[in-house]
Design a binder for this molecule. Structure first.
Ligand SMILES: Cc1cc2nc3c(=O)[nH]c(=O)nc-3n(C[C@H](O)[C@H](O)[C@H](O)COP(=O)(O)O)c2cc1C
Length: 198
């Protein structure tokens, strides 16, 4: 077992997996594009089915001309804290393989894009940042305003920044600003056949 960050794993995993979590309190500092591209570089080394690399990343840096628009594309409850991130990313995935005209749909595009997000989140910690995933985004508006073509699925948003004191948050967010726990491994990992436990 490994202990880190008020968490404890059942087996001896690397502490980096416990150290990654999703804070909402960010310093709002400006970061260089190269710092964000370092995280996106790690993300795009993720494995994918047939190496199709279906992920696409749309990003805006705080202080840039695109920042306010990106913030406005989050649902309000996420805008409240994510506006203090240093970068916002929307992950989009290509839902077809080969040429569009071939009409071959991909079964794994979302799974593959999720793997890339996982890589990004781990590289963020290694680089001294935190990454916070967001399903609360305006999917249709993102497609329309950021020019995402048909055949691409808007998957999720990501806020990236350096962690700040939780007292900078609203009371509601302050109360949930801690590394969360996990279900027992036996509830999600089954030897041989599925075990229903909902
Ligand atoms: C795809 C995805 C969507 C999420 N959506 C939101 C969101 O809209 N707003 C939010 O505050 N947190 C969001 N989260 C953060 C999760 O609630 C968080 O990852 C989860 O509770 C586990 O906590 P941890 O990341 O701190 O370990 C999202 C996370 C993921 C991976």
């Amino acid at each position: 077992m490994t202990k880190a960050n008020s968490r404890e794993s059942e087996y001896a995993i690397d502490p980096m997996f416990l150290d990654r979590w999703s804070p909402r309190a960010f310093t709002g500092e400006i970061i260089e594009e190269a710092q964000l591209l370092t995280l996106l570089d790690a993300a795009h080394w993720a494995p994918s089915s047939a190496n199709m690399q279906p992920w696409r990343f749309l990003y805006a840096l705080k202080g840039s001309e695109h920042w306010e628009e990106f913030v406005s594309l989050l649902v309000e409850s996420n805008q409240e804290w994510a506006k203090n991130a240093s970068a916002l990313i929307f992950v989009v995935s290509r839902s077809f393989n080969g040429a569009r005209s071939e009409g071959r749909s991909s079964y794994t595009h979302s799974f593959d894009a999720g793997t890339a997000w996982g890589h990004l989140a781990m590289q963020a910690r290694i680089s001294g940042f935190y990454a916070h995933g967001m399903g609360g985004i305006k999917h249709d508006e993102i497609k329309e305003k950021l020019g995402v073509p048909d055949g691409y699925r808007v998957e999720a948003g990501i806020a990236v920044g350096r962690i700040a004191d939780k007292n900078t948050l609203s009371e509601r967010n302050r109360e949930r600003e801690f590394p969360s726990q996990r279900k027992p491994l036996s509830e999600v990992a089954f030897n041989g056949h599925f075990i229903g436990n909902d």
